[in-house]
Design a protein around this ligand. Structure first.
Ligand code: FPP
Length: 278
């Protein structure tokens, strides 16, 4: 948080937004569905890939802002298991952009103590992409600042299937398959995100009200924030506004919020009185 304020000028809009954020109630984990690249390009009569290219800048600025804010984990949906259905040229451009991003950003990630992790069915990636991704993950493995999860060839259902299969395989190997009983902890600790807290805040750009198979298990109690802004236009201001909106939410996890008007003290007697007078 301090790092963010130090990078801003008093009087700037983002300075005011940053000042309004309560550092004690930051989301530990922010997940983002980066959507709207194609529409951004279409509105400018540009090919769709121009939208993906323009999406690199907001990735860079979002990573930087999360690190400066003191967010612990940022998960970005970069390529879904369904994205293979897109034209081959578009898919290839996405791989090229990912390789470009890794090469360009690695020095900054190192300088800012940011750790990179990739989540998804990575075995299906083109060999060179996989190699460069693994190298970037290895190079940043000892960093202890922000953790950036890049979701690549990722699907929420596929992740749950992979977790259950990993559990079955393990139980078969250690001979416990006969008495195996699944529970939430066992599944959670076998997800790709096992080492991360669940997302507190899930942001989706471009106004679509869908989850699109993203982190299905982990977002059970995440706060959702949908903005009309298309991903290539997503700025630090948009991110700070999302965090401020998150801080206004009353997270109840299925329970009750703090008592209002003495609700918590309501007794059978007050309930009967209320019924009589209604
Ligand atoms: C969704 O927009 C976006 C994607 C499928 C790809 C996201 C990729 C980037 C932001 C660029 C590079 C990312 C990294 C991590 C280096 P869409 O194409 O579905 O947009 P549309 O709904 O308007 O067609």
């Amino acid at each position: 948080m301090k790092a963010l304020l130090e990078s801003l000028q008093p009087g700037e809009r983002d300075w005011d937004l940053a000042q309004a954020i309560d550092p004690a109630r930051l989301p530990a984990h922010i997940a983002i569905i980066m959507d709207g690249n194609g529409r951004w390009a279409g509105r400018r009569r540009l090919p769709r890939v121009a939208g993906h290219k323009a999406g690199i800048g907001p990735v860079r600025s979002t990573v930087e802002t999360c690190a400066r804010l003191g967010v612990k984990v940022l998960t970005l949906y970069a390529f879904s298991v369904e994205n293979w259905k897109r034209p081959r040229a578009e898919v290839e451009t996405l791989w090229r952009l990912l390789r470009y991003y890794l090469k360009q950003e690695l020095p900054d990630l190192q300088k800012n103590d940011i750790r990179l992790q990739a989540i998804g069915r990575l075995d299906a990636l083109p060999t060179q992409v996989r190699r460069e991704l693994d190298a970037a993950v290895d190079a940043t493995a000892a960093n202890r600042g922000l953790l950036v999860n890049l979701a690549i060839n990722y699907g929420g259902r596929a992740e749950i299937v992979d977790a259950v299969n990993a559990i079955l395989e393990m139980a078969q190997l250690d001979g416990s398959i006969g008495s195996l009983k699944l529970d939430e902890d066992l599944i959670a600790t076998n997800l790709y995100t096992a080492s991360c807290p669940d997302p507190d805040l899930l942001i989706r750009t471009s106004g679509e009200m869908r989850i699109s198979n993203f982190l299905l298990w982990q977002i059970a109690y995440s706060e959702l924030y949908v903005t009309e802004t298309l991903w290539p236009d997503f700025t630090r201001t948009d991110l700070l506004e999302a965090v401020l909106e998150y801080q206004k939410r009353d997270r109840r996890y299925g329970g009750l919020s703090a008592p209002v008007n003495g609700d918590a003290q309501a007794t059978d007697e007050t309930f009967v009185v209320a019924l009589r007078s209604s």
